[in-house]
Design a protein around this ligand. Structure first.
Ligand code: SF4
Length: 261
């Protein structure tokens, strides 16, 4: 018998689901990335897909043959929406970071047009690592979505490097600046908190992070903890009571609605 992987399997196609999500209801996922590998400029210590094996996106050009073309994505979404016209969300997610697809902007236009035609009640969202927020073209596409859900796990560059282990071309300062410029009415920040090595849940780290939340002014912040086997050993989930306490403290300090899951 082969070894059972402790990581989540990669998505095998373009459209998957619908999945029942605690935060998004019934959501159809769209994977813009290759089927056989995770493509991401980050290598987060907790990644459920395991370690990033192709590091970076700027230094290693993506083979366009391995990426779905915008027309293919549109076709796949049309077929799925004929089967599931009542979904609540259509969400860019999948095998890594959706905004790394070089034709992300064209894809966003096509997906929102298909949504208008076949499932006007559905919102279009992205689950993003926020690296693209540093690029003004990607920022523009994010503004066209109903709900950009953006990752921010650290309140300073030292911790960002330890937790997200990003490609050196990603500047923490530029990411935070981009998120601060993204004045979207439904901007959501998502943060995974944990203890161990590294630990982004200490009072000092939460203090720095809350300072950035106050600067970015999202409509909502969602905090949660690790649930499956992380990519790196040595980090541990937080108790729900601690998450609730952090959510309450940061809500009071920033005036932003912080929810714990
Ligand atoms: S950003 Fe997401 S896909 Fe990329 S390494 Fe982190 S958790 Fe994994």
């Amino acid at each position: 018998m082969g070894e059972v992987s402790r990581y989540l399997p990669l998505q095998g196609g373009i459209v998957y689901g619908p999945v029942n999500s605690r935060r998004l209801g019934r959501s159809l996922g769209i994977n813009l990335l290759p089927r056989e590998l995770k493509l991401c400029a980050f290598n987060c210590v907790y990644c459920q897909y395991g370690p990033t094996t192709v590091p970076g996106f700027l230094s290693s050009p993506i083979d366009p043959v391995k990426l779905p073309a915008p027309s293919e994505i549109e076709r796949a979404l049309r077929s799925a929406l004929r089967l599931y016209p009542g979904v609540d969300y259509i969400t860019f997610s999948g095998n890594g970071e959706p905004t790394h697809h070089p034709r992300f902007s064209d894809i966003v236009s096509r997906v929102t047009a298909v949504r208008d035609e076949l499932a006007p009640q559905a919102s279009v969202a992205v689950l993003s690592n926020s690296a693209g927020a540093a690029d003004p073209r990607i920022l523009k596409s994010l503004e066209c979505l109903d709900r950009p859900i953006m990752k921010l796990d650290a309140g300073n560059e030292r911790l960002f490097v330890q937790v997200n282990r990003s490609h050196p071309s990603v500047s923490f300062e530029a990411v935070v600046r981009g998120l601060s410029e993204l004045k979207h009415p439904n901007l959501t920040i998502q943060t995974i908190l944990f203890s161990g090595e590294p630990d982004n849940s200490t009072d000092d780290e939460i203090d720095d992070w809350a300072g950035l939340i106050a600067q970015i002014e999202p409509s909502e912040v969602q905090i949660y903890t690790i649930q499956r086997s992380p990519a790196t050993l040595g980090i541990f989930p937080l108790a729900k009571t601690l998450l609730d306490d952090i959510a309450a403290r940061v809500s009071v300090r920033t005036g932003v609605n912080v929810r714990s899951y």
